[in-house]
Structures are given as C-alpha cells and as structure tokens.
Design a protein around this ligand. Structure first.
Ligand SMILES: *Cc1c(COP(=O)(O)O)cnc(C)c1O
Length: 418
C-alpha cells in the first residue's frame, strides 16, 4: 500500500484516506455522521466553512516557518509569509487593533503569551474565579497559571449573577495586582470593559481581556469590543468566529514586540501555517455583511432559546443572555447538570455542564453559534427548548421520539454539503 497519495489524486479527497487507512477513515466518517445527526449546542463550537477546512487540509501544513514574515529561521517561506501578512492585515482591520499576533496555537496559548509578555512568576493577578466562570488559564491549580502566578478571584453577585464591579475594585485596591483579567467561559452578558479599564488604571495594573468566546460577536458588531480598553486581548478563532481551531493576540503598537517574542520564541516553536492561512480565510469571511447578519442572528436565537428554556422551567443564570451563550440550572426540572447532559446527549442534544456560582451541583451551558450556521431560525430555537424538557423525562420512548425529531431537524438544516 502506498504511503503517500499518487500525484494525480486529489489531496483533499477523503477517498485517498479511505483507500490507504480505512480504520481512521471510518472514525472520521463516524464523526461527520455524529455532527450531522445530533444538534451541536456546545457554546464553544461552530461549523467552519469549506474554504476554512480547505486551507486547513492544504500542503501549507508541511511548511516549517519559525519566526515572523520577513524574519524566518527557515528558507522557502515566501508563501508562508504572504499567508501570515494577509491574516495579520485582516485581523487588525477587522478588530481595529494596532497589532495582531495570529500564531498562538490556541486560546490557552494566547493567554500564556499575554502573561509571559507582561508578568513574572509570582506576580499577583486578579481574575474571575473558576467556579464563577473563569477559564483554566485564570488561576486553576491544575494549570500553569495557578502554579506560576498568585491569582486572586473575583466573582458574580449572588442575586443577579452579574459581575460585581464593586468587589473587583475593592480587591484591586487591596491586592494591587500586576494584571486584571476579564473574560469567562460561561458569562452570558456583556462585560463592561470601560469599568475594568478604570479599575486597572487606578491601581496601575495591565488589563488583559480574554475574549475567546465573544470575539466572534465583536467581529460582527453584535457585542462591545474590548480592543479600545484592554492592553492585550486574547482570543480563539474557532468559537463564534467560525475559523480554524486556534488563538490570536491583539494589542497596541507599544506592546507588539513583547507579545510577538512571548509567542515565539518564548512559548511556541514553528507557526502552523495551514492554520494561519485558514485564520486569514475566516477573518475575510467575518469582514462581510453576511457575517455581521449571522452574528446578530446568533444573539437573537440565544435570546429566543433562553426565553423558551425559562418558560420550560430552567433557571437561567442572570435571567437571560446578551450573547450566544446560555447557562441554566435544570434543578427545577428535577435533575442536575450532569444528569441533564447525559439524558440530552442520549436524545441527540449535545451540550456542556458548567459551574453554578451559588447553586447546588452543576448547571448546563449551551450556545447558538453552530445551529445558526446550519441555517436554523427562531422557530427552531423554540422547538429545541421543548425537546429539552421531553428528553429530560428519562423515558426511552420520549428519548427515541426526540432523537427522531433532532434527525428531522438536522436533515432540513444539514451542516455540510449545502
Ligand atoms: C475557550 C477559552 C479559552 C481556551 O481556548 P483553547 O483554544 O481551548 O485553549 C481560554 N479562555 C476562555 C475564556 C475561553 O472561553
């Protein structure tokens, strides 16, 4: 069996893989079927376009390109340089940033680079506590952040579920952090970046916005931008933004060189040029009026779905959403988050559990980015909420009925092959 495809074969064709390695081809096809047969409600997921996937599967994946355009440690980088220059130009234009580093391999790598650029081990950092919605990179003891820095957590108000800015200010004055991190994996509301900026200025701290979730809404004008306020903005490219799995760092001109050095050579090696080309494609897509419409639809659909879930009895954190993201306690329906996730998954409704700041056990977290990409609209959101309640009944007949309805829905709105 040949190890590489003969030159006359189409390199993007899954048939090549099927002939050479049927075992892994079956796995990939199984995953395609899974994505097509169930509803992808994980708030961090989306369906990248065929153009983004084409760039990801391109021979640029074979190129080594340590360094930056015009200053590489390898020969033959003319096309790699072109891809990265286009990606950087599109990112800075899209977000109105002075500088963009598009090499960060992931959202976590982007945050690591921001810390590396601005902090020393042992520095104090103020960030949202993990049980209130902070990310692992915001001080988890299981993560480099918790091991190398002294994190002080802030939280959300017990009554409203909203960020307690008074508490953030009081903690900042008391602990004098070197940096304040604003951003969350599960906060469904807009953050007030201006207030965070004022607090950071008062205590002489850097402001790092970890906008991994809302950055796609920012691109489409459907959420406020942290770029005018934060010293450094960290983001992912694969969530609402609908690009390849990866990270990005935005900053002002004065921090550009420090951020670039923090990404390479301090925390990463060679850039993943195929991913950077795919990021460029996604930034191009996100600059279109069609994408702006999409971003606003994502939010509208989340509002409709949130209201419908509330009507079904779910206790929504903060009472609703401003974004693509919904968090809720299913306890009023007699189940906790873990049981809910399992029962919903059995019925083809795929989502996450999340921490509940003041609740018992865990809640559920979901988002509307992927189903909106599929073309679903407000009527489908209302229908999905009703399916949730049916699926939670733990009745095999109901589960089978919901599964069939999910298949009918995804059949009408297929994620691939449009
Ligand atoms: C998703 C996310 C990350 C991490 O992104 P990865 O690409 O999974 O490393 C970091 N911070 C926040 C707030 C996130 O939501």
């Amino acid at each position: 069996m040949p190890v590489t495809a003969p030159p006359d074969e189409d390199l993007s064709d899954l048939d090549v893989l099927r002939r050479q390695d049927p075992e892994i081809a079956d796995v990939l096809l199984g995953e395609v079927r899974r994505q097509c047969d169930s509803l992808q409600l994980i708030a961090a997921e989306n369906f990248a376009s065929p153009a983004v996937l084409a760039a990801l599967g391109s021979p640029l994946a074979n190129k080594y390109a340590e360094g930056y355009p015009g200053a590489r440690h390898h020969g033959g980088c003319e096309y790699a340089d072109a891809a990265e220059r286009i990606a950087v130009e599109r990112a800075t234009a899209l977000f109105g940033a002075e500088h963009a580093n598009v090499q960060a391999h992931s959202g976590s790598s982007a945050v690591l680079a921001a810390y590396a650029a601005l902090l020393r081990p042992g520095d104090t950092v103020l960030a949202m506590g993990l049980e209130h919605g902070g990310h692992l990179t915001h001080g988890s003891p299981a993560n480099f952040s918790g091991r190398w820095f002294d994190f002080v957590p802030y939280g959300v108000d017990a009554e409203t579920g909203l960020v307690d800015y008074e508490q953030v200010a009081a903690l900042a004055r008391h602990h004098r952090p070197k940096a304040i991190v604003c951003g969350s994996i599960s906060y469904p509301r807009h953050l007030d970046y201006r207030i965070f900026r004022e607090i950071a200025d008062e205590v002489g701290a850097y402001l790092i916005a970890d906008a991994a979730h809302p950055i796609g809404l920012v691109a489409g004008g459907a959420a406020p931008s942290p770029v005018p306020y934060a010293d450094v903005v960290c983001a992912t490219t694969h969530k609402v933004l609908r690009g390849p799995r990866g990270g990005m760092v935005l900053c002002g001109a004065e921090l550009a060189a420090r951020i670039d050095r923090a990404v390479f050579p301090f925390t990463q090696g060679g850039a993943q040029m195929h991913t950077i080309a795919a990021k460029a494609v996604a930034f191009g897509e996100a600059s279109t009026p069609a994408y702006a419409t999409y971003a606003h639809q994502v939010v509208e659909h989340a509002r409709v779905l949130a209201a419908a879930l509330a009507a079904e009895g779910f206790a929504l954190t903060t009472g609703g959403t401003d974004t693509h993201l919904i968090t809720a306690d299913p306890a009023p329906l007699g189940v906790d988050g873990r049981t809910a996730r399992a029962r919903l998954a059995a019925a083809g409704l795929v989502l996450d559990t999340c921490a509940l700041p003041y609740g018992e056990g865990r809640g559920i977290r979901l988002g509307t980015a992927a189903v909106t990409t599929q073309g679903m609209g407000a009527p489908e959101m209302a229908r999905i909420a009703a399916l949730f309640t049916s699926a939670l009944r733990d009745d095999p007949a109901e589960t089978a009925r919901v599964r069939a309805e999910v298949r009918a829905l995804t059949g009408r709105f297929p994620p691939y092959g449009r």
